[in-house]
Design a binder for this molecule. Structure first.
Ligand SMILES: Cc1ncc(COP(=O)(O)O)c(C=O)c1O
Length: 398
């Protein structure tokens, strides 16, 4: 579906690593080239037409993101370098001042490093505790399991909307309802959620949410931090510098600009932000229904083809995204990736940055296929054919 939009697909390549990053359509590439070719001035600084055009395009993306997420105001949309930076800003800039020793942060064991390490740092610095919501037999989070571990000390729940190894979707709306009734903040890592489902922050009522542009056909190095305005007002900027200050004369006379500029110090990734706007328009023009129908059907097809292969162990028969994680009996996952690469098939192998998940799943590494709407049944047939011959794998993997 829509393969002709992606220049990279003209190469003899099968790309199954979409959870790491998606491919970029020509409209996004052209939009970025247009900025660098025709109006590459700085943002929010110049008093000339070229600079005015930059501001218009940059701020238009903010409006697009606001509508895309159904946020209440433009001040709630902060451009960052991606999910990782957004989550670090939330942990460091908001919760570091708020949490006290013995407060508890609830995570899950299937979180990405970006949603674990910033909280570990707070634990080490402040003496707050990290607890985990137990996963069910399919590695899913349920509200019942969450309730079992919430205590009067729980102050934050931070979890992915969809995870990057299992691809399971979390019941975010139910979690925020329960959490808010117990005065607990909810932070959502939407890096894998945004490519696969509409995220309505007002309906979900999340306090903070983070995502990256590059996983929804946008450029790398740009992402979004969403926060409720009344909370963002209390988020200390990690970076201080140009663009975000009103005036400064001495250390005790520093006056910062209002949101959202206050949290976007320095020259931003202008081309990235403008490209992200185009990516959002592109995704909207296809629509999540079509995207998900295609991904779901492809996944079902791949599972049906892998299941009969006796030496293949699929870790996540259930998933809400395009992820299939598996292992081939007695063969290291990276060797499988190396073998497939010989046939121009790109897959991911390893622990996928979810290093504490191994304790829950009982396997350290997996091969991960992550599908997106531009993958095809023929590509899957090619993959399955290569995986169907164990002797060939063993012979060719080194
Ligand atoms: C669930 C999840 N969270 C966070 C990240 C980090 O995203 P980024 O590297 O774009 O900051 C990823 C990236 O793979 C992810 O899958």
């Amino acid at each position: 579906m829509n393969r002709e939009d992606f220049p990279l697909l003209k190469q003899d390549i099968i790309y199954f690593d979409n959870s790491a990053t998606s491919l970029k359509p020509k409209c996004v590439i052209d939009k970025i080239a247009d900025y660098y070719t025709n109006y590459s001035a700085n943002a929010h600084r110049g008093d000339y037409d070229l600079s005015f055009k930059v501001d218009q395009e940059y701020e238009q993306t903010r409006t697009l993101v606001k509508d895309f997420l159904n946020a209440k105001s433009l001040e709630e949309i902060i451009f960052t370098s991606g999910t990782t930076e957004s989550l670090n800003m939330i942990a460091h800039g908001f919760f570091e001042d708020l949490l006290e020793p013995n407060d508890e942060i609830l995570l899950t064991t299937s979180e990405h490093a970006s949603n674990v390490l910033p909280w570990f740092r707070l634990a080490n610095k402040l003496g707050v505790k990290i607890n985990y919501i137990p996963l069910d037999d399919n590695y899913y989070v349920t509200l019942d399991n969450l309730k079992k571990v919430v205590t009067p000390q729980t102050k934050v729940i931070s979890l992915a909307g969809i995870t990057n190894v299992i691809g399971d979707k979390r019941p975010i709306k139910e979690i925020t309802e329960y959490a808010h009734a117990h005065n607990i903040f909810v932070v959502v890592d939407a890096a894998q959620m945004i490519p696969h489902m509409r995220v309505d922050v007002s309906d979900l009522d999340v306090d903070f949410l983070a995502f990256s542009g590059h996983k929804i056909c946008g450029p790398t190095g740009v992402g979004v931090l969403y926060g409720k305005k009344e909370l963002l007002e209390h988020l200390e900027p990690t970076n201080l510098g140009g663009g975000m200050n009103e005036s400064f004369d001495s250390p005790d006379q520093v006056y910062l600009k209002p949101l959202p500029t206050r949290l976007e110090a320095g020259t931003p990734n202008i081309a990235g932000v403008i490209g992200l706007g185009e990516a959002i328009k592109y995704i909207e023009s296809i629509g999540y229904t079509k995207i998900n129908d295609q991904v779901h059907n492809l996944r079902k097809y791949l599972i049906s083809k892998l299941l009969p292969i006796k030496y293949i162990d699929i870790i996540n028969l259930e998933s809400d995204s395009g992820i299939i994680a598996f292992n081939v009996s007695n063969i290291f996952s990276q060797d499988i990736a190396y073998y497939l690469n010989k046939y121009n098939i790109c897959v991911r192998a390893g622990n996928h940055c979810a290093k504490i998940l191994k304790n829950a799943v009982g396997v350290t590494n997996t091969v991960r296929i992550s599908l997106y709407f531009y993958n095809t049944y023929e590509e899957i047939d090619n993959l399955v054919e290569l995986l169907s011959d164990y002797d060939k794998i063993v012979k060719e993997m080194i």
